[in-house]
Structure formats: structure tokens, C-alpha cells
Design a protein around this ligand. Structure first.
Ligand code: ANZ
Length: 957
């Protein structure tokens, strides 16, 4: 839609009107001033960024650390949706700076990643060049918004001085193991000592000294928190890289490039995040985070309490994981995942007696049926397999014995059971599980209820609570017990009889940590002639990413499942093969040629903000303790510490926020940080959304060229369709902050973004509405500056009593709004006060200084440039960035009238407003004079009239 972008000024505008042009000059000037004076630099307790203590200055104990989720420096720059959160945190940070707190706010760049690499592949430009150009552009865009960042603290994850410490943290994790008893990470050296003293038994029971050095290293390596494992991963030879589960389509191809994907065991770096599953769930309780995000983390980790139960099938024992051991008497068949290792063993030569036709998949032998079924299942993704579709499966030809009642139950292979969860095998209970119910109906299997669904239950599987039924044998009865009790009872019985045990199961998997790409952090790892990994010493960090000519991962014939990934770094042979002295003289080594995944740099960046130039440690303990250490006095005894406010999109609810919590906990365990958690408080900002338009071919047309006529939308003569959603270059509806700053000034743009609604709510963008914010700033400007002469129009007259009431009500409300992140209502209150002052003093003598100054100061967090300008013109030498912020005088908050509800025979019938100092008699008289009350009282006299001063009036008839 065409939206006129106005300047708010016309040719005839008075010379000193606050036009976009004037705003632009003011903004540029103050940005330079802030930059030159380091206005937003926050001092540290120790190190290079600390205060110069020869001046006798001391650091305030009251601090605030505000953090944004840092951006990827994309080539398309920012549109107006991106800075919504950055402006929000800036307003918040500015308010707290003005009330005297030491505020740390900065912004870095998460600059490794695919787009720069792909661009490099296409153009041959080094990703570093593209990345740096993009960062420069974003810095320029952000600077023009007047964000109050401590520029000294900005980091780029691609900077060797930064990723040196990412590699260092990797080594801390590599050099640790998880001590289950202590429930924490400990240095791997302590484990080695335990082995050496034979305090721990080796996997095959030999004594430690009987193991060869290589065997010893393999044992130790298997305990590390980051380890190499031969895990099944999705390998796309046509793409030349492994891809995540989420990147595989329903028909088993890569979503990028549409290449076949093969499940292949490849040796890959894994991070043992599963060791922290319990703490990652439990410590959510300590965090001030949106409930929704906590729930997403809980689901992702997927902790389930249940039991492992062993079913005997001939020679084999099949272990299943179930969350409902109480339903064991209703287990009428079993299912193995197609990939389960026991499938072959359980496949006899011929179909046994009792095999129903529907069980065989039309195959002559079990082996044939299984082979065909497996091949079909291999082409499906896990996601696809879990979808609620028609169930498929085949009978293995074998039966297992249900341990509680001795019944022989058939064993199936079906793809709704996944190999990667639990044991990859289930006992199926159709009466209580819908998936099993669907399967049982299709394959004509028994359905035995073991939970009483109650009278008149309609439905198939009953998943609710109820007393157990049909659940007894000679030695145990669950009948009559509710689910919880029944579970406990059966688990005790299983354990006693050796059929199983209670257990906890997690959905969380260890984190696949290697990528066969170029633009990422190299691993600080080399391999010796035994092919085992060796950590490089700290003194050899950073391991710098070498230059290469070709950034492409090596690709293969898309169908060549036997090919092996060959990362771009493997071609840098001069770099890969090195001679190093690692303490035992120069030797030949081979470097690891993977790079770390995109998430690595963002796992810890907030810690580097605290001490960005420290060359000795990644963060000095004093600085960490000051900015993010626990403060039980302020936040309660359980305070885990962490960033005081972290703002970003909800799309990071799991991956980034889980990985960062995991790394932080390892660092905590090893004593490198005093905080248990990285982010004490999290806030998800909403999104700025926009309309986009498509023509008849479905192609997007530029939104700013579309006009609306009679409810239809036209691009030229062509009718186009409107859709609502994201803003973006490809949707041709992006509006940039640059355009907005040019057309209205950055302050008007900031004020508009904050006025659009509560920060956590998504909102539609409307360029035409920005002018409303500009007009507000113009009106406020006019209260202080004469538009024609440029002179101050502020008077020395005292504000009246009425003015002060209005003012202090505003101060109280605005303070609370800023503190509670209600920036839209803070803005609304300022508009209201501004209207009041304009009405009272807009013409004539000028605005009482008291009012003008308070307005300017309160405006500063939202519109900092114009506020600084007016403050200066009001005669102040110092910037207002560090305050003062207006303080409430309580005496003006006392209301001068009181509203009384009037109850007649116990029911509120009316309300009256009387002067606050009215006597009881006067209140009573006023109540009886009220029209509605008079009508109810009629001709009679009330039996009783009670006045509760300041609260209510009660009339009994
Ligand atoms: C018997 C049963 C009876 C189950 C019942 C559920 C309800 P969550 O809660 O997600 O942990 N299951 C176990 N392993 C599986 C696998 N590899 N693939 C697919 N399903 C699997 O789910 C645990 C439940 O999901 C387990 O409890 C098992 O079915 C199934 F009334 O066992 B249940």
C-alpha cells in the first residue's frame, strides 16, 4: 500500500520547527558526542575497563546488565522489525542509567554461519570480507538509532581474539567428565587418577596398568564431556555434508537441494548435554523466564519417569521402556523399531501357526516381509514416522512372554517406534494408548482394558486416571489402585522378581557438534599416529581458520551412500599436516578438519561482554561476580545469577538457550564462573509484521506500489492479493530504519515502535502512523523552543498546584512503566502530560521550567537525541544520560476527591464523588441526594445510613 512518507514540515515551516531535517542534524550531533565522550561506557571492577582509581572513584554496587540476542550480520541489513527488541532494551537501560545504576549494554555479532559461506562459494569472495562489510553496515544502521551501547564491549564471534576463548571453553569441556555421584563436571585428570589407583574398574575388568597406553586413552576419551562417537547421522552425499533431522524432508531427502539422505554411522564430535538433563530441567525453577519457554525446554528435554521391563522371547530378552508400567496386564503385543538389533534373531524361517493374513505384509516369509518393511522405513524421517497417520508394520514371526501373566504376545516391527528413544522397543497397550489402539484395530490384535474408564466412556484408548482393573496374578494385584499407586506397586514387584526396574528417560540427545563446512571455529584438536584426539595446549590458541581457495564442501554422486564427508579444511593440506612440539619434542600431527556448529559462539558471548579485552582469562572472576554473580539479597536465596534482562525472539526457546545453559553449567562446575545460569530473566519481544502482496502468478510485488481501491488492491492495473505476516526483502515489503530516520528522524521512529503496543505482542507495521509520533515530538519541542526565533520559551513562573498534581502523577506512572517494561503506556502518559502543558502554556508567557525539564528528562529513554538537545538548550552542561530522573513528591499524589460506592440493602446501586475532606454528614447528604438512591428510598426514610470514610456508604431500607 502506498503510504505517504512525509517530513512533517512544509516549505512554509518556521525555521526552528522540529522537522525531520532538524532531527537528523540533532541526532548526528549527539551520536558523535556520545561516541567521543564514551557516554555509555560502563566501568568494570577490575582490569582494563575499570575506573581510574587514582581519581578516587568507586564503582557503584547497583548495576544492571541488559542483553539482546545478538544478530547474524546478514547482507540485507536491518528492516524496521529487527530493532524492536534493541530499542526496548535501550529504553530500559537508559531509564536505569538515569536513576543512577551502572548499566552494561552492548551488542556483538554472531558472525559465523552459512550465508557468508554460500556467498563465498558463489562469488569466490572470502567470507571474512562479506562478514565485515555486513557488520559495518549494521553498525551504521544501529548507530543511527541512537542505541546507548558500550562500544568497547562489542564482540564478533569470527574474531580470532574471540574464538580463541570459544576454543578454550571447548577444551575445558573436552578435559572434563561428568561425575554422576557429585552430579557435576570435574577435571578429567581426577578420573585418570582414580583409574590409575584402580579405584574404578576398566570396561573389561583388567587392572589399569594392564591396559596399553592407547587402550587407556580410549577409556578416558569415552568419559569426556565432548567425545567422538560413531553415531547414525543424516548424510547427503549430493550436498557433501551431514544435516540435522529437521532438515530432512518426509520422503527422505535434503530440504536444501533435494538430495537423497542416508542414515549412516559416521564418527562425529558429540557434546554430552544429556549428562545435564536433570539440572537443565530442575534449574528452570530458578529462572524468571516466560512459562511458555520453560515448557518448551521441558518438552525438548522430555524427562519421563517410567520403567524398563524385560520380556522373554525364546533366547532373547527384549527390554522396553514404558511410562505406564501399571498397564502391563494390558500389553497384548510388542513392537520393535525396524532398526532394532534383535529383529534378525526374532525372524524365523516360516510364518508360525496363528499368523493372520493382515500381519505378513503379503510376503511369503518373515525375512522377506521384514526386509521390505525396513527398506520402506529407512526412507522416512523420524518426524514423519511420529505423525498420526495410518499405522503400518509387519509381524516378525515370534512371540514374547508377558512377565505378569505368562501370555504369549506377538512381536511386530513398526516404524511408529523409533530407535533413538528409550530402548527402541515397546510393550503395546491398545486400551490405554491411542497409537497402539489404532495399530491393534488394523492388525486384529487383542484389546484388554486395565484402567476403568467409567460408565458411559466413549472413545478408543482411555488415557485418563481411574482404578486399575483386570490386573492381578498370584503374587500381585493392582486392581482398584489409581495410576500413581499402581505404578509404584508394579515397579516394586518387577524389581523384586527381576523383570525390570524404575527408570527415568529423556528425549534429549547428545549434541552433534561438528560440521563439514568452512566458515566456523576450527577445533583445537590434533590427531597423532594412533588416530586419537589430542587437545592443543592453551598457549597454542587460537587455532586460526586457514585461508582456502575453495569453500565448497566436497560433494559426491547423490546416490553414493558409501561416500564419506570431506570438509573444505581437509584440502588445506599445509594446515592439516603439522609438526608440533606438545611437550615431547617435535612430532607430526593431523588437525581436525571439522568446524564447530553455528551455535558455539553464542553459547557464552555475554561473558565476554563483561571483560572483552582481557588477554589473560575469558573473564576475570571479579568482573563476572559483579555483573552476573548471584545476588541473593536482591533476588532471593535461590538466585542463580546471570544477565539481568535478556531479550530476544521466542524462536530461540530451545537450541541456543539450551546450549548456552549447558556450557554455562560446565563452566560453573569447573569454577570458572560464580553464576549457575547465564540468563536470570528472559523476555520475548513480539514481531513487527506487515502486509505483502502477490500478483496472479503468485509473485510478490513491491508493497509500497500497491494501492487500495474499494476494498481491492491494485499494482498498476492488476489486482493483487494481500497477505499478512513477516517482513522481508523477498516479500518485497521491507521498510528500513534508514528510510524512517530520513523521513521522520530516529527519535520519532523509536517512539513509534515503542508506542505500537506492549513489547511482547506482535504488531502490524504502518508507516503512515509514524507521523503521529513525530507530531508529538514537535509539540513537545514547541513547549521549550520558539519555532520562529529558536529562543527558549521557558518561564521562571512556578508551576501551579494543579500542574504539579498532573506532573507527579505522570512521574509516578512513567517510572513504574519504564521499570516494568511498559514502554507504550509510558509514552501515552507523556503524551497526556504534554497535551496538558500545551493546553495550559502553549500560548503566552512560556512553559514553567519545572514542567519543561521534567518532560524532557522523562522523554529521554524513548527519544534520547531530542531530549539531550532540549536539555542542553535549557542550559545544562552535562548530558542527561546519567540522570537526573524526576522524582515523585508524594504530597501531590493525594487525591482531592473520593469516589464512594453506595450500597442499598447490600447491593451496589450507585456511586458518588465527593471532596476528599468532606465530613460524614456531608457524604451522607450527598448519597441521599443521588438520583438513583432517591428513587429507591422513595417517600420513606432509610432505617440506617452507614458511612465508612473513604470506602463506602451503606443504606438499609
Ligand atoms: C506402554 C504404554 C501404555 C505407554 C500406555 C504409554 C501409554 P514419553 O511420555 O514420550 O516418554 N515408547 C517408548 N519408547 C518408544 C519409542 N522408541 N518409540 C515410540 N514410542 C515409544 O512416552 C513413553 C511411551 O511411549 C512409552 O510408554 C511407550 O508406550 C512409548 F497406556 O508403554 B508406553
Amino acid at each position: 500500500m502506498t503510504e505517504a512518507i512525509g517530513t512533517g514540515g512544509s516549505d512554509a515551516a518556521p525555521e526552528h520547527r522540529y522537522t525531520a531535517e532538524l532531527a537528523g542534524q540533532i541526532e548526528k550531533r549527539w551520536q558523535d558526542y556520545w561516541h567521543d565522550h564514551g557516554t555509555y561506557n560502563a566501568p568494570n571492577p577490575v582490569g582494563p575497563l575499570s575506573l581510574d582509581d587514582t581519581a578516587g572513584a568507586s564503582i557503584p554496587s547497583d548495576k544492571l546488565f541488559v542483553q539482546d540476542m545478538f544478530p547474524y550480520p546478514s547482507g540485507s541489513g536491518l528492516h524496521v522489525g529487527h530493532p524492536l527488541g534493541y530499542i526496548g532494551t535501550d529504553v530500559y537501560a537508559r531509564y536505569h542509567r538515569m536513576i543512577g545504576r551502572n548499566v552494561l549494554h552492548t551488542l556483538g555479532y554472531d558472525a559465523f554461519g552459512l550465508p557468508a559461506e554460500q556467498y563465498a562459494v558463489q562469488t569466490g569472495t572470502h567470507p571474512r570480507l562479506t562478514t565485515e562489510a555486513n557488520i559495518l553496515n549494521m553498525r551504521r544502521q544501529l548507530r543511527q538509532l541512537g542505541l546507548g551501547h558500550d562500544e568497547r564491549r562489542s564482540v564478533e564471534t569470527t574474531d580470532p581474539e574471540y574464538y580463541k576463548w570459544t576454543q578454550w571453553i571447548f577444551l575445558q569441556i573436552f578435559n572434563s567428565y561428568f561425575d554422576e555421584k557429585a552430579d557435576k563436571a570435574r577435571p578429567i585428570a581426577e578420573l585418570e587418577k582414580e583409574y590409575a589407583q584402580d579405584k574404578r574398574s576398566t570396561p573389561d575388568g583388567r587392572s589399569w596398568s594392564a591396559l596399553t597406553p592407547v587402550e587407556q586413552r580410549e577409556v578416558i576419551d569415552s568419559h569426556r564431556l565432548v567425545y567422538i562417537s560413531d553415531a547414525p547421522v543424516n548424510w547427503a552425499p549430493g550436498l557433501g555434508t551431514v544435516v540435522a533431522n529437521e532438515e530432512v524432508t518426509a520422503d527422505g531427502r535434503s530440504d536444501r537441494g533435494n538430495f537423497p539422505v542416508f542414515r549412516k554411522n559416521l564418527s562425529q564430535w558429540m557434546m554430552r548435554i544429556t549428562a545435564y538433563a536433570d539440572r537443565l530441567v530442575d534449574d528452570l525453577e530458578l529462572l524468571d523466564w516466560p512459562e511458555k519457554v520453560k515448557a518448551m525446554q521441558r518438552n525438548w528435554i522430555g524427562r519421563s519417569n517410567g520403567a524398563r521391563v524385560t520380556f522373554i522371547a525364546g533366547e532373547a530378552g527384549i527390554e522396553v521402556f514404558t511410562t505406564r508400567p501399571d498397564t502391563l496386564f494390558g500389553a497384548t503385543y510388542m513392537v520393535l523399531a525396524p532398526e532394532h538389533a534383535l529383529v534378525e534373531k526374532l525372524t524365523p524361517e516360516a510364518w508360525p501357526e496363528g499368523t493372520k493374513d493382515s500381519w505378513t505384509g503379503g510376503a511369503k516369509t518373515p525375512a522377506e516381509a521384514i526386509a521390505a518393511y525396513r527398506a520402506a522405513a529407512a526412507r522416512k524421517s523420524d518426524l514423519d514416522r511420529q505423525e498420526n497417520k495410518e499405522k503400518t508394520g509387519v509381524f516378525t514371526g515370534s512371540f514374547a512372554v508377558n512377565p505378569v501373566n505368562g501370555t504369549e504376545i506377538p512381536i511386530f516391527v513398526a516404524d511408529y517406534v523409533l530407535m533413538g528413544y528409550g530402548t527402541g522397543a515397546i510393550m503395546a497397550v491398545p486400551a490405554q494408548d491411542q497409537r497402539d489402539y489404532d495399530f491393534a484395530t488394523k492388525f486384529e490384535l487383542d484389546i484388554v482394558r486395565t484402567v476403568d474408564p467409567g460408565e458411559g466412556f466413549e472413545g478408543e484408548a482411555f488415557t485418563g486416571d481411574g482404578p486399575a482393573i483386570n490386573s492381578a496374578n498370584d503374587s500381585i494385584s493392582l486392581d482398584g489402585l489409581a495410576i500413581g499407586e499402581a505404578k509404584k506397586t508394579i515397579i516394586a514387584w518387577l524389581e523384586e522378581h527381576g523383570h525390570g526396574e524404575g527408570t527415568v528417560q529423556y528425549k534429549l540427545r547428545d549434541w552433534l557438534f561438528a560440521r563439514q563446512r568452512y566458515w566456523g571455529e576450527p577445533f583445537p584438536i590434533v590427531y597423532d599416529e594412533d588416530g586419537l584426539p589430542i587437545a592443543l595446549p592453551e598457549s597454542q590458541l587460537p587455532v586460526e581458520l586457514p585461508d582456502v581457495d575453495d569453500y565448497r564442501p566436497r560433494t559426491f554422486d547423490p546416490d553414493d551412500a558409501d561416500s564419506m564427508p570431506s570438509p573444505p579444511l581437509s584440502r588445506a593440506t599445509d594446515w592439516v599436516d603439522v609438526t608440533l612440539d606438545l611437550g615431547d619434542g617435535p612430532k607430526k600431527y593431523r588437525r581436525d578438519t571439522n568446524v564447530m556448529p553455528q551455535w558455539a559462539g553464542s553459547c557464552w558471548y555475554q561473558l565476554r561482554y563483561l571483560d572483552p579485552t582481557n588477554t589473560e582469562v575469558f573473564v576475570a572472576p571479579e568482573n563476572e561476580a559483579y555483573w552476573v554473580g548471584p545476588r541473593p539479597g536482591e533476588h532471593g536465596v535461590d538466585d542463580p545469577g546471570g544477565t539481568d534482562l535478556y531479550v530476544g525472539g521466542v524462536e530461540h526457546a530451545v537450541l541456543h538457550l539450551l546450549y548456552a545453559r549447558f556450557w554455562h553449567k560446565v563452566l560453573f562446575d569447573l569454577g570458572h564462573v560464580s553464576s549457575k545460569e547465564p540468563y536470570r530473566k528472559l523476555f520475548n519481544q513480539g514481531y513487527i509484521q506487515a502486509y505483502a502482496y502477490r500478483d496472479a502468478r503468485g509473485i510478490h510485488v513491491p508493497a509500497d506500489e500497491v494501492v487500495e481501491k474499494d476494498g481491492k488492491f491494485f499494482h498498476g492495473d492488476e489486482v493483487v492479493t494481500q497477505e499478512y505476516g513477516k517482513m522481508g526483502k523477498s516479500l518485497k515489503n521491507a521498510v528500513t530504519p534508514d528510510e524512517m530516520a530520513d523521513a521522520y528522524g530516529a527519535d520519532a521512529f523509536r517512539f513509534y515502535e515503542m508506542s505500537m503496543g506492549p513489547l511482547d505482542v506482535s504488531r502490524p507495521w504502518a508507516t503512515k502512523d509514524v507521523i503521529g509520533s513525530q507530531r508529538f515530538l514537535q509539540r513537545l519541542w514547541r513547549l521549550v523552543v520558539d519555532e520562529n526565533t529558536g529562543d527558549l520559551r521557558v518561564s521562571t513562573v512556578d508551576a501551579t498546584e494543579a500542574d504539579r498534581k498532573q506532573l507527579h502523577k505522570t512521574i509516578a506512572g512513567v517510572r513504574e512503566d519504564y521499570a516494568e517494561m511498559r514502554f507504550n503506556t509510558a509514552g501515552a502518559k507523556l503524551i497526556e502530560l504534554n497535551n496538558y502543558v500545551t493546553k495550559t502554556y502553549g500560548a503566552g508567557e512560556g512553559t514553567p521550567r519545572e514542567l519543561a525539564e521534567a518532560l524532557v528528562l522523562m522523554l529521554a529513554p524513548l527519544a534520547p537525541h531530542v531530549a539531550e538537545e532540549l536539555w542542553k538548550r535549557l542550559g545544562h552542561v552535562d548530558s542527561l544520560v546519567h540522570g537526573p530522573f524526576p522524582v515523585v513528591d508524594e504530597k501531590y499524589l493525594v487525591a482531592d476527591t473520593v469516589e464512594y460506592p453506595i450500597q442499598v440493602n447490600g447491593k451496589v446501586r450507585s456511586r458518588i464523588t465527593v471532596p476528599a475532606d468532606a465530613t460524614s454528614d456531608a457524604v451522607q447528604a450527598a448519597a441521599l441526594a443521588d438520583e438513583k438512591v432517591a428513587a429507591l428510598v422513595g417517600d420513606g426514610t432509610p432505617r440506617k445510613v452507614i458511612v465508612v470514610p473513604g470506602r463506602l456508604i451503606n443504606i438499609v431500607l
